[in-house]
Ligand binder design. Structure first.
Ligand code: HMG
Ligand code: MG
Length: 303
């Protein structure tokens, strides 16, 4: 098996992780989380989203959070931008990368961003053009790449189709997202293969929610294909407010434990990452949703 020798992780905790929290998390706590993540060695952080505050109130402090982050050299900060209104607001915060987010499922597209897949591409087109003209990178997320809460199983061809549409408007990288965590390794490999028909290996990432406990297995299945970009969320925070029943992303701590155990480099200090996860979990009043983090925290307490 030819696994990659290094893996790059985007911690999406401050965005995907917190967007679904009912209680408003203060901007200062979000900023502190970003600082702790970068101190732990994360080189890519998805900080916030420039979406409608009526749809996702938790992200309404987007500009304040971006302004409060003390940027560290070598770290790339990304934000979600569903349309030009979001992009124009985001641009003032100077992210390195913007993320347009579409879906392989028509029904989910409508629920999440209030338009069809085709319309979403037309909204993304000027965003991608403006971002690239301003020197920002453009990533695309393909939600419901294996299953949809409204449409059930999603065929890999749907993923290839959206990947092609995104590539054609200037998106440089796509994330294959199992939004509701229903994927199992072979299905996830088929969805990734579909994206790999359109984008090169270095431009495809895995974004796995862990609803059914499959996210680590799906990560390993992705590594088998050579995929070396992943999104993960510290302490397993997260879930999409428009994906009923979906829980958090795979915990970054668990992914890092897996990768380091396989001799794969991430540049991340697992102990510091566990501290970052403990910090936000303590604020939220619960234990981290990470088996590795809880094991390491318990080990620290053992004399
Ligand atoms: P819409 O209602 O179709 O938009 O929403 P509109 O253009 O008709 O505008 C309606 C109102 O929204 C107007 O305000 C606009 O100003 C405002 P009003 O006049 O009524 O006061 N508006 C905005 N405000 C702030 N920022 C903006 C913006 N755009 C319009 N960018 C829209 C379309 C996309 C805005 C809406 O559906 C929305 O905000 N959806 C958010 C969905 C979301 O954030 N979901 C979670 C993130 S995606 C995710 O988690 C999945 C991912 O992790 C991968 C995976 O796991 O699958 C990425
Ligand atoms: Mg997600």
């Amino acid at each position: 098996m030819n696994f990659p020798s290094q893996v790059s992780i985007v911690d999406v905790g401050p965005r995907d992780g917190l967007q679904n929290e009912k209680l408003q998390v203060p901007a200062a706590v979000k900023i502190e989380l970003v600082h702790r993540l970068q101190d732990a060695g994360l080189r890519e952080i998805e900080v916030t989203s420039f979406v409608s505050p009526k749809w996702v109130p938790q992200m309404s402090d987007n500009a304040e959070v971006m302004a409060g982050v003390q940027r560290k050299a070598g770290v790339r900060y990304s934000v979600l931008t569903p349309n030009m209104q979001g992009f124009e607001a985001a641009a003032l915060s100077r992210p390195h990368e913007v993320v347009v987010f579409g879906a392989a499922s028509e029904a989910f597209s409508r629920k999440n961003i209030n338009c069809s897949i085709e319309e979403s591409i037309e909204r993304f087109r000027p965003v991608a053009a403006a971002a690239r003209a301003a020197g920002m990178a453009v990533r695309g997320a393909i939600s419901c790449a294996v299953g949809c809460p409204y449409e059930g199983d999603i065929a890999p061809e749907r993923v290839a189709l959206v990947a092609r549409l995104m590539r054609d408007i200037g998106v440089q990288h796509v994330g294959v997202a199992d939004t509701i965590g229903v994927g199992t390794p072979l299905k996830v490999q088929r969805a990734l293969d579909a994206a790999l028909r359109v984008f090169p290996l270095e431009a495809v990432s895995g974004h796995f929610h862990d609803t059914y406990g499959m996210a680590l297995a799906n990560t390993l299945a992705s590594l088998e294909l050579g995929i070396w970009h992943f999104d993960a969320s510290v302490a397993g925070l997260g879930g999409c407010p428009y994906a009923r029943g979906a829980t958090g992303n795979v915990a970054t701590e668990d992914v890092v434990y897996l990768l380091h155990g396989m001799g794969i480099d991430t540049g991340i200090d697992l102990d510091k990452l566990v501290d970052a996860g403990a910090f936000i979990s303590q604020f939220l009043g619960r234990k981290p949703h990470s088996r590795a983090a809880n094991a390491l925290l318990a080990k620290r307490e053992t004399p």
